[in-house]
Design a protein around this ligand. Structure first.
Ligand code: PMP
Length: 295
């Protein structure tokens, strides 16, 4: 869930809301026979709090509920219910704490056919960890040999845990070749995203990012950054992009919840200046969020 940082402090000071109360640390939430344990129905979302703000927290809560429904489960609470618990949890920490907020839903029981989740058995937990927001990165980016699944080959509509082993092997493989992160292609050879984030390029002053086609997460940070850059006067386009477009880019940057906006310094064997648009997007994001400007 990092946006390509080579290292990121693993969360500390964990608090988890489960079955009506807050637990310190990492309490067990799954049973050995739970549907999610053996058949992978867990969905999650990730939000951030830093500098006294929690940008787009409501949208991350809404996506949690939408992912659960896409997985065929009936969420035990609506987005406002998730949001209220998230805010309650954030208030347990110091006001300027840098937090990773992860609501999760999963099925406990199987439907009569054994394999589908029993919709009404949907459980919920929300886990918060203290996790510093990484500074602007300088990512070495490659192209992964592994692809994003199509919407008809995996449940890409949900932010589902079962999609992430594919992203995990993308990262492992990229790192074995000395890169921090990798572009994943869709089935039609268009760039989808990276293993952990959405991706943007800048060429001749125009900002472009892959057009959502159901194969990758249309990220909340991505959508926010597109609006902020457009309002700032830049031309921002969604397009079908190939690796050649990235090879010829003046600038590449990544967006995602964990690091927000982070810059690419190398694509394959080409060094690139971590660019001004990434820097501007990060500044705009901090300003919009109401967080203190970075030093
Ligand atoms: N793609 C993947 C694979 C991700 O894990 C993330 C981070 N959640 C994103 C994109 C960015 O999504 P968002 O901005 O909504 O966090």
């Amino acid at each position: 869930m990092t946006e390509g940082e080579t290292r990121m402090t693993i969360g500390t000071d964990i608090r988890t809301w489960f079955e009506g109360e807050w637990h310190d640390g990492n309490p067990p939430i799954l049973g050995a026979a739970d549907h999610a344990t053996w058949l992978g129905s867990l969905i999650f979302d990730g939000a951030r709090a830093f500098g006294g703000v929690a940008p787009d927290l409501d949208r991350h809560c809404a996506r949690t509920v939408a992912s659960a429904r896409a997985m065929g489960m009936e969420p035990p609470m609506d987005a406002d219910g998730v949001l209220a618990i998230a805010k309650e949890g954030i208030a347990l920490y110091p006001e300027d704490a840098e937090l990773y907020i992860r609501p999760m839903m999963w099925a406990r029981d199987s439907a009569a056919n054994l394999i589908s989740p029993a919709a009404e058995s949907c459980a919920f937990a929300l886990c918060i960890e203290a996790m510093p927001l990484p500074p602007m990165g300088a990512i070495a980016l490659t192209v992964s040999p592994f692809r994003r699944p199509r919407p008809d080959t995996a449940l890409t509509e949900a932010k589902a845990a079962c999609l992430y082993p594919n992203n995990g092997r993308m990262l492992t493989e990229a790192r074995s070749r000395g890169f921090d992160n990798a572009l994943s292609l869709d089935d039609w050879d268009h760039v989808a995203e990276t293993a952990t984030s959405n991706v943007f390029l800048v060429r001749d002053g125009v900002v472009r990012t892959p057009r959502p086609n159901g194969t990758f997460l249309n990220g909340i940070t991505r959508q926010r950054v597109m609006v902020l850059l457009a309002e700032d006067g830049m031309t921002v386009e969604e397009a079908s992009l190939t690796t050649a477009d990235f090879a010829n880019a003046d600038e590449i940057f990544l967006t995602g919840n964990a690091a927000k906006v982070t810059a690419v310094k190398r694509f394959e064997d080409r060094e690139m200046q971590p660019g001004p648009v990434a820097k501007r997007a990060r500044e705009l994001y901090w300003h919009w969020a109401g967080a203190p400007a970075e030093a």
